[in-house]
Design a protein. Structure first.
Length: 160
């Protein structure tokens, strides 16, 4: 599936923030960037479980690629060297992604205090998929904040 839309990306300015963004493959900052997203089943299995590959292209940035898979009641997203586990919480306005675990390089546990600084949500707004993601960590500061809206790239996929 392909989606097309716009997003605004903010990035932190500290050296730890910039390093974290680099090793995670996060997008460069920009306002009202064209965003192209491709979602597809992936041959990249994790512990024998199928994954979904998300490729996000913000403006002219290199693609931000992540792999998502289910582990029990959690959705795990692998972005660069970061493995994040989320519990998805249904809200009247959409979904909230609550970070409940994280590892660097798949084995080094992230500090629990960092998890509270990772927020994400999604909702349907006027026929679009609206999203917001923010990573603001203690001692590191803002790593990334990106938000925007997406629509199916194929008009035939939009219901009347």
């Amino acid at each position: 599936m392909r989606l097309l839309g716009h997003a605004t990306v903010l990035r932190g300015s500290g050296w730890m923030s910039r390093l974290g963004g680099y090793v995670s493959g996060l997008p460069t900052p920009g306002h009202d960037l064209v965003l192209r997203v491709t979602l597809e089943a992936s041959s990249h299995a994790v512990a024998g479980k199928p994954t979904e590959r998300w490729e996000r292209r913000f403006g002219g940035s290199a693609p931000m690629i992540s792999h998502l898979h289910v582990e029990g009641d959690r959705l795990v997203e692998v972005v660069g060297v970061v493995h994040l586990a989320f519990r998805l919480v249904a809200m009247p306005s959409g979904l909230r992604w609550d970070a409940c675990g994280g590892r660097l390089w798949g084995w080094l546990p992230m500090p629990r205090a960092w998890l509270a600084g990772i927020t994400a949500s999604e909702s349907a707004v006027d026929g679009s998929y609206a999203f917001g993601v923010r990573v603001d960590l203690p001692l590191v500061g803002l790593v990334v904040d990106y938000r925007g809206s997406l629509w199916p790239d194929d008009p035939a996929m939009v219901s009347p």
